[in-house]
Design a protein around this ligand. Structure first.
Ligand code: GAR
Length: 202
């Protein structure tokens, strides 16, 4: 089983989905380490509740030196013999320092159907645009924000009475299905082939 690290900045519900998936015997990943740039992140508590090493590497002491912060993360990943990294609500843009070192071994989940709505406030922006189908994407991490090759997507129908909150909740349910499925495929197939079937929920 590959030793996987999950990077979080917040609540960690996607981390929870990955932990649950990895609890099943034939799953190809072990969640071996959780790192957060935010000391208060709920994901840290969740990880420790499951007996997983969870550590803070706060970005603030590094000031504007993103490279130094990322070098600290990279060092920790190597010390912990991590082989693959999942970003799960990790809310800092990464520089080529970390991205290049983990090329092909780092994936992210994003709450929209990329390439639509990269960045923040995806649900409000999807509503404002009037899209009728929305969802989430797991992609390889590259230097461009939310731009790497798409590995999997899950879609939902937008309802006429949706607001950003209700949309976020339904997309999040799909995130929790999609992320473990894509991580499994990435580890089993070396991340080279996209998902065979999109996950659709209408
Ligand atoms: C998730 O919806 C994830 O897709 C999003 O943050 C949320 C984290 O929730 N990520 C991004 O917006 C990345 N740009 P969680 O902490 O409960 O997993």
């Amino acid at each position: 089983r590959r030793r996987v690290a999950v990077l979080v900045s917040g609540r960690g519900s996607n981390l929870g989905a990955l932990i649950a998936a990895a609890a099943v015997a034939d799953y190809p990943a072990e969640i071996a380490l959780v790192l957060s740039n935010v000391p208060e992140a709920g994901g840290l508590v969740l990880a420790r509740d499951h007996g997983i090493a969870a550590e803070v590497i706060d970005h603030r002491p590094f000031g504007r030196d993103r490279a130094a912060h990322e070098a600290a993360i990279d060092a920790r990943l190597h010390e912990a013999r991590i082989g693959f990294v999942c970003l799960a609500g990790y809310m800092r843009r990464l520089t080529p320092l970390l991205v290049d070192r983990w090329a092909g071994r780092m994936i992210n989940i994003h709450p929209s159907l990329l390439p639509s709505f990269p960045g923040l406030d995806t649900h409000a922006r999807a509503l404002a645009a009037g899209v009728k189908i929305h969802g989430c994407t797991v992609h390889e991490v590259t230097a461009g924000v939310d731009e790497g090759p798409i590995l999997g997507q899950a879609a939902i129908a937008v309802r006429p009475d949706d607001d950003a909150h209700s949309l976020a909740a339904r997309v999040l349910e799909q995130e929790h299905r999609l992320y473990p499925a894509v991580l499994r495929r990435a580890l089993e197939e070396g991340g080279e082939r996209p998902q065979a079937e999109p996950l659709l929920s209408f």
